[in-house]
Design a protein around this ligand. Sequence first.
Ligand SMILES: [Zn+2]
Length: 232
Amino acid sequence: MKKAVILLSGGLDSTTVLFRAIAAGYSCYALSFDYGQRHRRELMAAQEIAQLGSVVEHQVVRFDLGAWGGSALTDLAIALPEHRSLETMGQGIPVTYVPARNTIFLSFALGYAEAIAATEVHIGVNALDYSGYPDCRGDYIEAMQRVYELGTKQGREGRPIQIITPLIDRSKGDIIQLGNELGVPWEKTWSCYSQGVGENPVRACGVCDSCQLRLAAFAALGLKDPLPYALA
Ligand SMILES: [Zn+2]
């Protein structure tokens, strides 16, 4: 059975990537990061989803990108954008961009993958989701693939670990359709950039970019997102 490290944030995209890998028969090793994000609620989702997905192992790596901030996700002094239209979201790189986050994540994933002799790293990056994040684009992934080839024993010995990006060219609507085919439990996922609102159950805010994008995609398909929202 092929071993793959799956980057699992607990959100809609990474959960779909995990379920896809499970359906394809991979032996899955989930990897999550407790990096000082304001929405640590997503880690609870990742934990639950990893269990549901029967992963072989779920590693949670802890470090604090809040030490230097630089993003609305790691610095509470930078406000989360709210109520933005999809058109506005499509312009420029938003303040929710976390400096070099995917380079940091993919580096940890590479170390983990080589240590357990995995052959692939799966990441749910998506170049079409309006975010404008530079570390979600195809040319960036190609460059990281080169790092995977040159920076490891496995790579230099001719067995480089491959970065797999099953969602890179898919719209959010496509991803939801794929997830539905795979039986992804959307109500267990957490996409909101905030910690959520209220208690038991905590509800997603419904107004941050990530909530807006997710809600719009479900609505466009004529579906109802089963995640509880405060303001949707
Ligand atoms: Zn939200």
